[in-house]
Design a protein around this ligand. Sequence first.
Ligand code: FUB
Length: 339
Amino acid sequence: MSEELLPPEELQALKSKAISQPLVENIYTADPSAHVFNGKIYIYPSHDIEGGIPFNDNGDHFDMQDYHVISMDSLDSPAVDNGQALHVKDVPWAERQMWAPDAARKGDKYYLYFPAKKADGMFQIGVAVSDSPVGPFTAEPEAIKHSYSIDPAVFEDDDGEYYMYFGGIWGGQLQNYRNHTYNADLTEPADDEPALGPIVAKMADDMLEFAEAPTEISILDENGQPILAGDHDRRFFEAAWMHKYNGKYYFSYSTGNTHFLCYATGDSPYGPFTYGGKILEPVLGWTTHHSIAEFEGKWYLFYHDSSLSGGITHLRSIKMAEIKYREDGSIITLKPYIE
Ligand code: FUB
């Protein structure tokens, strides 16, 4: 992982070709998880800051400490920063690195799900509860039992069941787990072995814990074979998201070091999912992360890039752009900058 700053004239040219602009500019935001609650768009992003920590492949320079919820009353309304919704100092089990969150509504409660590192350096996933979609949220005293790694995404299925998808390799520590058990000596599988899959677990009725043991998801190629660990253009890296379109489950994710957002489709929330293609070509900045939500009959990709900060990878800005599906259900790949 490295920081590649663009010269000012190239940055200006790139910004002028961007298909969308940052939704908010008063703070840096990333990893947008968007939901429509009560007819409005609510976005749950990471809140990027300059923590002064040098770049490394563990992502320690992503040193975020709190969350702000961004809301939009309509597509024409400005995106509003609703202020601090949760700070790491108010999470008893967490010490640092409040990475990509998500949220869910059940009944009249809102649940903010977030990964953070404990004092021992291990990521777990926690939950905080509020009566309002914009918080403030009150954190549960402990992380979710049997959770690990990063990037929770909570999906509500049509039957009212909720599922959490999570996991991320490299800084997200997923490569250290097999069968949900940690081993510090483990690394990614060899290139000719199946890639590590994202993890899924159904949520309990109270939304505060898993209702079942987590399971690993398979992502298959066009021949029904698992995507291999060496297939860096297609293998799962981080940034899980789930949405349903025309009755199909669309699992989408980032390929990390090749910087694509991809999707795979299936007939069950547990998969298996068959690779379908790219949703978004690489953006400025090392990471790419997204969500997909329907609003007033159209589908939108919420994503981020580092153009506002001049290309600083850990100072990103959330954006949104419409996506379109072909008749056969495939998603038309977006280019973030017009060529
Ligand atoms: O924002 C920190 C991390 O960067 C996220 O958890 C990853 O998905 C990547 O976007």
